[in-house]
Write a protein that binds this ligand. Structure first.
Ligand code: ASP
Length: 467
């Protein structure tokens, strides 16, 4: 908009005439004087219509919260006694000369000025575009961007390449339940949405990129919890020719940089981050992601912790073996023989490392098994037939056998990290368009039924599920 001044710039403009554009945040009609707070993406400012501005006065009488306006006015310094030091524009106000309404607004479904925690969550998500107007949500969403930008710059300076990997992929048996997408061209066949870019990032190491990262969307069909959503974001990275300490060191460095640069008010309890083995944490705390904060009352204390030396396998509920973290991990060197001979399975330790923050796992990764013969043993231990191994992982075994360097990486649960930095109670507060606890999007109405025509095209018929 030509000639527009952002509200954030007004504080140094006393005496000047300006044109601002934004929303009516609050309106206080005192009869002769009408006061408004106007809001744009840079902040808020108070405006006042004096009785002599008759035309503006007539418009001002109609204005309501959330109307979109363009205001022409004069920036006046406030008298000393009225200065509100803690506010961005506490020392100035706008004397409104004219107002143009750009769009009216229906009465908002809820107040967008407060923190919003008292409002029913389904309603907040149904009108998310309104909910996102509140300052807290604006701050959280903008913070996502700031961290992402810092992380991107950091890894770019370290010679990493950001590479996108597909969303339409194949279902794999590891991890949680997949979200699947039916294929129209091959009825009865399905894509799966990735639970993480794990295989692709390893294939990128095979492809010679050596240093990869990505802000990757991951989809897992699990029961949702406060720190889980059907889709979430990982900062995913992978490096070639590295050992465990290389991956841990570079991630520790960028985590510290994020905090020191963007959250200077926060204190990291211990640098370098302490390390504990899985056995130690289980013995001392009884959980593998302990909250080791010395003072749990302090909202600005960040207690990072690395947990290492996890067991590779554990018994599943059918009595067979399954992996604890990641089937593609390499076992620790001294246990490679046990893996190859499939003995002492419960005692094999993996190269997995988890990074824990204030009692939440905010990241995990490992050095990978780049020897196809060893990777195959993992699947054999899990009881997979030769046919199933080839069907699901043949491409990985072939790739590893075609000149793949040693490699390893990690992924951070980006939303969870942000949730903790902002002392939010759940990750929905830091995800712009989140789903409800039941995995629904009440704004778009997802999930939803599709038409018979769509079903027919996909060769799908719906049967009622027996409860
Ligand atoms: N892909 C793994 C995960 O999503 C992380 C990793 O090992 O890099 O948990």
């Amino acid at each position: 908009m030509k000639g527009r001044t952002y509200i954030g710039e007004l504080k140094d403009m006393a005496g000047k005439e300006v044109m601002i554009a934004g929303w009516v945040d609050v309106r206080r009609d005192q009869g002769k004087l009408i006061f408004f707070d106007f809001r744009d993406m840079t902040g808020t400012v108070q405006g006042v219509i004096l009785p002599k501005a008759t035309e503006a006065h007539a418009v001002g009488e109609k204005l309501r919260s959330e109307w979109v306006v363009q205001v022409h006015g004069k920036v006046n310094a406030r008298p000393e006694k009225n200065v509100q030091k803690e506010k961005l524009n506490g020392a100035v106000e706008i004397e409104i000369l004219s107002i143009q309404v750009l769009n009216e607004a229906t009465t908002p479904a809820f107040d967008v000025a407060g923190a919003g925690s008292e409002i029913n969550e389904e309603t907040r998500l149904k009108y998310r575009y309104l909910d996102l107007r509140r300052p807290r949500m604006q701050k959280n969403v903008r913070a996502r961007h700031k961290i992402q930008q810092l992380v991107r710059n950091f890894f770019t300076a370290e010679k990493f390449t950001e590479i996108e990997t597909p969303l339409l992929s194949a279902t794999t048996p590891e991890g949680s339940r997949d979200y699947v997408v039916p294929s129209r061209l091959e009825p009865g066949h399905f894509y799966a949405l990735p639970q993480s870019p794990q295989q692709y990032k390893q294939l990128l190491m095979s492809a010679g990129f050596e240093k990869y990262f990505q802000f990757a969307r991951c989809m897992r069909d699990e029961d949702t919890r406060g720190d889980r959503q059907p889709e979430f974001t990982q900062l995913d990275m992978e490096m070639s020719f590295v050992e465990r300490d290389d991956v841990m060191a570079i991630n520790e460095k960028v985590l510290i940089e994020v905090v020191k640069t963007l959250y200077p008010e926060k204190k990291i309890q211990q640098i370098p981050f302490p390390r504990m083995t899985y056995d130690e944490v289980m013995k001392k705390y009884g959980v593998d992601k302990p909250d080791i904060r010395e003072n749990k009352e302090d909202p600005n204390l960040l207690a990072f912790l690395w947990v290492i030396d996890f067991p590779f396998f554990e018994k599943d509920d059918k009595g067979g073996w399954t992996f604890t973290h990641n089937p593609f991990s390499r076992p620790q060197k001294e246990h490679t023989e046990w893996l190859m001979e499939k003995k002492n399975i419960g005692e094999i330790k993996t190269t997995q490392y988890d990074v824990v923050l204030n009692g939440y796992e905010i990241g995990g990764g490992s050095i990978r098994n780049h020897d196809p013969k060893a990777l195959k043993k993992v699947f054999e231990i899990m009881g997979y037939s030769e046919e199933r191994i080839q069907h699901n992982f043949g491409h990985m075994l072939t790739a590893l056998g075609s000149g793949t360097p040693p490699h390893g990486g990690i992924a951070w649960g980006f939303d969870r990290f942000l949730m903790l930095l902002h002392n939010e109670p759940n990750i929905r507060e830091v995800i712009p368009f989140a789903k409800t606890g039941e995995g629904k999007d009440p704004m778009m109405g997802a999930p939803t039924t599709i038409t018979d025509e769509q079903l027919h095209e996909l060769g799908i018929s719906i049967t009622k599920k027996k409860k």
